[in-house]
Design a protein around this ligand. Structure first.
Ligand SMILES: NC(=O)c1ccc[n+]([C@@H]2O[C@H](COP(=O)([O-])OP(=O)(O)OC[C@H]3O[C@@H](n4cnc5c(N)ncnc54)[C@H](O)[C@@H]3O)[C@@H](O)[C@H]2O)c1
Length: 430
């Protein structure tokens, strides 16, 4: 089967795609479509573990109506439908092909909780069909898809929220306030970690594929079926995701990009062991990244800093006046040797979230972008892709953050995008 090749550079891409995907110069947080009706009609696409959480969250929102459910696996579709009915909701239809949902004019927004390799195309097609998107992390499968998503969002004046629900909690709001206030001074070092290894999953035998397998693979390369490659465990295969590292990067990098918004990424060096057996993601990964005035490290074990050994996932900020350590729900600031949970004298100055999903629904109605909007989500996700490319190639990479290309490294530049399987190249613009 002939695959399309893609020679990516942001400038040449915009030039080539001056039609449907041209980047419009509107500000992403100023969308122009007028506010829509009081109630937002939502469809959920992808109904595994996270899709069921979406369904339950949105079912509890008064200003949202779940109008449709979609999963290519009929068992997942019907079991989620049953749960929704038990919640007293009956005015929805069920689909196995998400394109039927995008065709419906009476749906305002979709949530996407498919495996990562489907995020980009479904979101872009949703934007093109006039729908807003609450899309799961990581934003996209590769660097190019993130750019295409941003271009399409801007062109179609859509609203997007990344599904990093921890963002909405009070702890991240407070950490962002403390660091933005300058209390720990200029941050020069950040250490991020997530414990736990990606598993190898043994050596299962190939099995007859279910009828949905070809669509499940979608834009990813053709592959034999065994259940361990499919639901949930896909995250340990590089064709669909990037292991524990890619599963958790966005959740904890989120607080770094919110608090200090690192700029000028210039180099990345990853080390790590491959899982082996049938999976091929990093079993563990360590990475050093250099930004303007900031060194950022990722490890699969807690770093040697006070309090890190008690946190399975965490962020350590080191500034010239103090330090701050946090996870999703806890934080500790240290200034002049004094350890504190909070700075009582610092008044809150960041508006609290009504809840990540409510924040999205409010944004759909107001046409003002929500907290984890797409350009922010893309800035925060991009270093994750670079770290995985460095790990795959086993070398340090130099990066031009303006041109978004690796310096003197064609092989690395090729990995900024993956050609789609022709049959499932649905956006067909490349
Ligand atoms: N925000 C969070 O805390 C969080 C937690 C877990 C997972 N996630 C993210 O949610 C996504 C899904 O993860 P999961 O653990 O629920 O995986 P999963 O395998 O349990 O569920 C994915 C579902 O998508 C369906 N699907 C696959 N391709 C589809 C398509 N083209 N159209 C319709 N349905 C399709 C599958 O049949 C499956 O039911 C991933 O991107 C993951 O990173 C986020």
């Amino acid at each position: 089967m002939k695959e399309q090749t893609f020679n990516y550079s942001r400038r040449s891409f915009i030039k080539k795609s001056a039609g449907a995907f041209a980047a419009f110069s509107i500000l992403p947080n100023l969308v122009t479509r007028g506010a829509i009706a009081d109630r937002v009609r939502v469809a959920h696409i992808g109904l595994g573990g996270m899709g069921n959480a979406h369904m339950e969250w949105f079912a509890a929102i008064k200003s949202a109506d779940i109008t449709a459910l979609c999963d290519l696996d009929p068992d997942h579709l019907s079991s989620t439908g049953d749960k929704l009915k038990k919640l007293g909701k009956r005015r929805f239809r069920e689909y196995t092909d998400f394109r039927s949902i995008l065709d419906r004019k009476d749906i305002d927004a979709v949530t996407i909780a498919t495996p990562d390799h489907w995020h980009g195309q479904i979101a872009i097609m949703a934007f093109e069909s006039g729908k807003d998107v609450y899309g799961e992390k990581p934003l996209s499968y590769d660097i190019r898809e993130g750019q295409l998503m941003l271009d399409s969002l801007e062109k179609n004046n859509r609203v997007f929220q990344l599904g990093t629900q921890i963002h909405a909690g009070d702890n991240y709001h407070r950490v962002a306030e403390i660091i933005k206030s300058g209390a720990i001074g200029k941050v020069h070092t950040v250490k991020l970690w997530k414990t736990g290894y990606s598993p190898g999953l043994g050596n299962p035998k190939i099995q007859p594929a279910p009828s949905y397998w070809d669509m499940w693979l979608g834009p990813a390369p053709e592959a034999d079926y065994f259940p361990e490659r499919c639901h949930f465990n896909y995250r340990y295969f590089m064709d669909y995701s990037g292991g524990v590292f890619a599963d958790f990067w966005c959740h904890i990098a989120d607080i770094v990009w919110w608090a200090i918004d690192p700029k000028g990424l210039s180099s990345v060096r990853s080390r790590g062991e491959r899982t082996g057996e049938i999976t091929d993601a990093p079993k563990w990964l360590e990475c050093d990244m250099q930004f303007d005035g900031l060194t950022l490290q990722w490890t699969s074990t807690p770093p040697d800093v006070p309090g890190a050994d008690k946190m399975g996932i965490g962020a350590w900020f080191e500034g010239d006046k103090g330090t701050l350590i946090c996870d999703y729900n806890n934080r500790e600031v240290t200034i002049n040797g004094e350890r504190m949970k909070d700075l009582p004298e610092l008044k809150p100055f960041i508006e609290r979230s009504p809840g990540h999903q409510q924040n999205f629904i409010d944004a759909v109605r107001s046409r003002k972008q929500p907290e984890s909007e797409l350009s922010y989500a893309r800035r925060m996700t991009l270093p994750m892709h670079l770290a995985l490319i460095s790990w795959r190639l086993g070398r340090k990479l130099e990066w031009d953050s303006v041109k978004e290309e690796f310096l003197n490294d064609d092989e690395a530049n090729e990995l900024r995008s993956r050609p789609y399987r022709q049959k499932w190249n649905l956006i067909n613009k490349i």
